[in-house]
Design a protein around this ligand. Structure first.
Ligand code: HEM
Length: 556
């Protein structure tokens, strides 16, 4: 009996092996060039083994086929076309969007009612419907309304940095955890209407929720590998990505807040208010929809932005000339900052844009071909070959690789905000800069994300000088198993150490002086900054564990 069972099992394994091998012949049979896949892991073995970030694996493939408009690859067992030609990217995201409506990836709404309602995971008409409902929440007019709250939180952020007692010793505080305090404070105020205290209370409800939703831990890493290897296992085994406990807490937060507003007749012009209006005016908009979209705003709003913001601060610390130039632009603004003043900071805009080019948190976009499609490359710098895509084929847009291609961005590893200024902007190749995606499916929260990042960077640079600490280990090591581009352990273990010098409250001489010193010697630790008012109290305030700032307190 045992031998018979073993034989059946072996037979099954052989058939499975044969079919899997056959799958890997897909691109070869269609004459689409590409790297040889390995069994089960395809071309992303290094990511599945948690050795290398997917964005970097894709970049390597991208670089190995310089004259091809596309490359046939396998993401695990799934066939995918890695798109290199910007013209093809334009067709996918804009011109022929109707053939590529859905994002790759599936979350079962019955198993995961919150994540399953996120526009990113919705398909076809469901996506279109919800995207239409949520778009009015992100208009310029809405951003203007919420901006005073952001400016208020920027001021609290500066106070919070100045008060960090832990940061007075050399152990420091991790960069992203600091930025997260600010982004969490914003989204908890705006998505849930809750006056949280993320700056001061380490046990704040929202800090805890954030820890539970998206922080890269072992469980999250295993899930992200499972999703790549076998996405259907999640709905088949009813594995939840967001736990029941977190789901209940999010729902309770929304319900309590809405009940409170109704009971006390309070109207606050925030995101939660727009969602509750949608519930009143649309019969198909349920309580769960309100919770899911508030939670979506919360999740999208804090994590991606805090990663992007940490990278901006890091780049500024590595590039003192850029920081100095930026500080000059910011010198004139009176706190609190206004929305209109922020929009006028063109160099700040270029700095953030360049940081998102060098360090795009979302390193690739994977779409699904929803209707058969044929593409023939016509640009002279690519081989004139064509591909016929069947429905269900994934197409990968390698954002990181494109944004690091010297064909499109001269000296791509250097941080040069000037490439996004004035006339230089016109020289940029279209569809090669995609940190927020493109077309009808592009990031819905781009305006909000950029607004909160720019405002905080403006306040930080106006109040502090950042310099790179000599212990900094470069390049930063990226977490290979995280869904976004983020250094290992946040910005902690990879060694990007920064210093912050706080401006003197008695005079304005310290910041220009500190920035001059920083320019002369970027690795210098600036222990004293204000030659007029330095006192014994001018201790170095070291922030950012490994990716670190040190702050010199203003003399009293
Ligand atoms: C720097 C910060 C951010 C970056 C780099 C970023 C990037 C992206 C990218 C690359 C996409 C996929 C676009 C595509 O498929 O073409 C996306 C989608 C999305 N983002 Fe963002 N995002 C950021 C902040 C935000 C914020 C603050 C929100 C909301 C508060 C948000 C909400 C969304 C939503 C709802 C989608 C799905 C859109 C759809 O499929 O229709 N994002 N984001």
């Amino acid at each position: 009996m045992f031998v018979e069972l073993l034989s059946v099992l072996l037979l099954f394994l052989l058939i499975y092996y044969y079919l899997t091998k056959q799958k890997y012949e897909y691109w070869k049979k269609r004459g689409v060039p590409g790297p040889k896949p390995s069994l089960f892991v395809g071309n992303i073995g290094e990511t599945i083994k948690m050795k290398k970030l997917l964005g970097l694996v894709l970049a390597e493939i991208y670089q190995n086929y310089p004259d091809l408009p596309f490359v046939g690859i396998f993401l695990g067992k799934k066939r995918a076309l890695l798109v290199r030609d910007p013209e093809f990217i334009k067709n996918i995201t804009v011109k022929d969007f109707g053939h590529f409506v859905d994002n790759d990836g599936f979350v079962d709404m019955k198993v995961d009612p919150i994540l399953g309602r996120h526009p990113f995971y919705l398909k076809g008409d469901d996506w279109k419907h919800v995207r239409g409902q949520l778009t009015p929440c992100f208009t310029t007019a809405k951003m203007k309304v919420i901006f005073p709250l952001i400016a208020q939180n920027c001021q609290k952020f500066v106070d919070c940095i100045s008060r960090q007692e832990d940061a007075f010793n050399r152990n420091g505080i991790e960069a992203k955890s600091l930025c997260i305090k600010y982004t969490l404070q914003n989204v908890s105020n705006i998505a849930f209407g809750v006056d949280s205290d993320c700056f001061n209370d380490p046990n704040d409800e929202f800090i805890d929720l954030a820890r539970n939703i998206l922080q890269p831990d072992t469980k999250q890493a295993i899930k992200s590998v499972l999703v790549k290897l076998c996405p259907s296992i999640f709905s088949f085994l009813s594995i939840k990505i967001i736990s029941k406990d977190v789901e209940n807490r999010l729902q309770e937060l929304v319900t309590n807040n809405l009940n409170y507003r109704e009971k006390h007749n309070i109207v606050i012009n925030d995101f939660l208010n727009v969602l509750s209006t949608l519930k009143k005016t649309h019969r198909d908009f349920t309580d769960m929809d309100v919770t899911a979209h508030a939670a979506g705003f919360f999740g999208d709003g804090y994590e991606t932005s805090s990663i992007a913001m940490s990278f901006v601060l890091f780049e500024l610390s590595c590039n003192p000339e850029v920081q100095d130039k930026l500080r000059k632009e910011l010198e004139s603004f009176e706190e609190p900052l206004s929305y209109e003043t922020l929009q006028g900071f063109t160099y700040l805009d270029a700095v953030v844009t360049e940081s998102l080019r060098k360090n795009p948190p979302v390193f690739s976009l994977t779409k699904t071909c929803t209707k058969p499609y044929v593409y023939r490359a016509s640009a002279s710098d690519f081989q004139n070959i064509s591909v016929s895509l069947e429905s269900g084929t994934a197409v990968v847009i390698p954002v990181y690789a494109l944004q690091h291609d010297s064909k499109y961005f001269h000296d791509p590893e250097s941080f040069v905000p000037e490439r996004f200024l004035d006339d230089n902007k016109n020289d940029l190749y279209k569809y090669t800069y995609l940190p927020f995606g493109e077309g009808p499916r592009m990031c819905l929260g781009q305006r909000f994300g950029l607004m909160q990042i720019k405002a905080a960077v403006a306040y930080v640079i106006k109040n502090f000088v950042l310099t790179l600490h000599k212990k900094t280990q470069l390049p930063l090591k990226l977490n290979p198993s995280y869904v976004m581009m983020s250094p290992i352990g946040g910005f902690s273990s990879s060694g990007g150490m920064l210093h912050l010098v706080k401006k003197c409250e008695k005079c304005s001489a310290c910041l220009p002086l500190a920035s001059k010193l920083a320019l002369k010697s970027p690795s210098l630790r600036l222990a004293r900054y204000c030659y007029k008012h330095r006192t014994a109290a001018d201790k170095a305030l070291v922030l950012f564990q490994r990716h670190r700032f040190s702050i010199n307190r203003a003399s009293k």
